[in-house]
Write a protein that binds this ligand. Structure first.
Ligand code: MRU
Length: 364
């Protein structure tokens, strides 16, 4: 997508005399600073994933694939590959794309002689990235049909609520939840996005608002708690979110707070407003081994500091981090929640839109 009129993906390889490195857009610096960071080895890639310089389920998968390539660059032996894979998979537990990508890299590399692994590793990681872009474009096309339908019925601005960042920054390009929105905007449909700020890391306020702004899509940032109120007032036509893991039974695990949006959307019909709730999900985000999101999905518990501290730009332009809690306050910081399939209207995939209980109709 475009940043200051220049085309970018979120991650790409770079060659230098010292070997190959990986470049990423450092998402911890946005929206105030657009900075490219260089990742030179596996420990740096693991750190980039843990600290959320790269984040979002599909992008974590792509980053992990390049992490494997960086590991092979150091040592392509079976033992080193297995150890590296383990460390990568542990770096963030909830998004299944990470395990999926690492497993795909191992399946591709382990049958090869060690001396053939490096070139194949870089090629396979690049393929994972290219495929991600195609999957997201297809999600955009199917989601556009849904938006068109609502637009046709209502003949006015269509207000779409989203949570966290499931835009191009969360993927290699185009995004999942935002792909249909970009497609609708590009097709000339009148869309407006309610962007939930997404405490504690503010991916909505910092990242979604930034990328929608770069593309010229009308949007308004709201506090996380405002979503239900807007739905009661009939100011939301549909909700589209991304996901970190979707079970075979259609339970949707996504950024903490997603469940509350789904509950409010479900209840809105009691006031005569139908607010369909969609998750936009590429197939690598579906975990076919799981059927019960509550029992089986590991919810990442992140550092208390994420709630205690906020960073932003001061009036004088400097970036500052400030503490907002009384000293010593106990904090809990679960990073994701599970929305049960019964609250989900549909899952927008690259193969089309499925009711959650019909997800198993997808080709695998
Ligand atoms: O903690 P994050 O920022 O990695 O969480 C991201 C989300 O929850 C996204 O909604 C999800 O990964 C889908 S991204 C296309």
């Amino acid at each position: 997508m475009l940043v200051n009129q220049q085309q970018y993906r979120t991650i790409w390889p770079n060659s230098s005399a010292a070997g190959r490195t990986v470049e990423i857009i450092d998402q911890t610096k946005l929206p105030h600073v657009f900075e490219i960071a260089q990742v030179r080895d596996l420990p740096q890639m693991i750190m980039a994933i843990k600290t959320m310089q790269v984040r979002g389920a599909p992008l974590i998968g792509a980053a992990a694939a390049y992490g494997v390539a960086l590991a092979v660059q150091q040592d392509g032996s079976d033992h080193h590959l297995a150890e590296s894979a383990k460390l990568l998979i542990q770096s963030r537990p909830t998004a299944v794309n990470l395990r999926w990508a690492v497993q795909r890299m191992l399946n591709r590399l382990l049958p090869l002689p060690v001396e053939d692994r490096l070139q194949t590793a870089w090629a396979e990681a690049a393929l994972i990235c290219d495929e991600d872009v195609l999957l997201n474009q297809a999600i955009g096309t199917h989601g556009l049909d849904l938006i068109r339908e609502v637009h046709y019925k209502k003949s006015r601005t269509i207000n779409i609520l989203t949570h966290c960042n499931a835009g191009w920054l969360a993927t290699v390009d185009f995004g999942t939840a935002l792909a249909p929105i970009y497609a609708a905007h590009n097709a000339g449909l009148d869309v407006h996005v309610w962007v939930g700020e997404t405490r504690p890391r503010n991916q909505g306020a910092s990242l979604t608002a930034w990328e929608l702004g770069q593309h010229g899509v009308p949007h308004t940032v709201i506090s996380d708690n405002a979503g239900g109120h807007l739905m009661q007032q009939g100011k939301v036509d549909m909700v589209i979110v991304g996901a970190d893991r979707v079970t075979a039974s259609g339970d949707v695990c996504n950024k903490i707070g997603t469940y509350l949006k789904a509950l409010a959307a479900f209840d809105s019909s009691t006031l005569g407003h139908q607010v369909p709730f969609y998750a936009a999900v590429p197939s690598p985000t579906i975990d076919w081994t799981m059927t019960d999101g509550f029992q089986q999905i590991e919810i990442e518990e992140r550092d208390a500091e994420e709630l205690a501290w906020m960073s932003g730009k001061l009036a004088n332009g400097t970036i500052a981090t400030v503490n907002i809690l009384p000293q010593g306050t106990k904090v809990a910081n679960p990073a994701f929640d599970v929305t049960p399939a019964r609250l989900v209207t549909g899952i927008i995939t690259e193969q089309g839109v499925f009711a959650p209980h019909q997800l198993n109709r997808m080709k695998r």
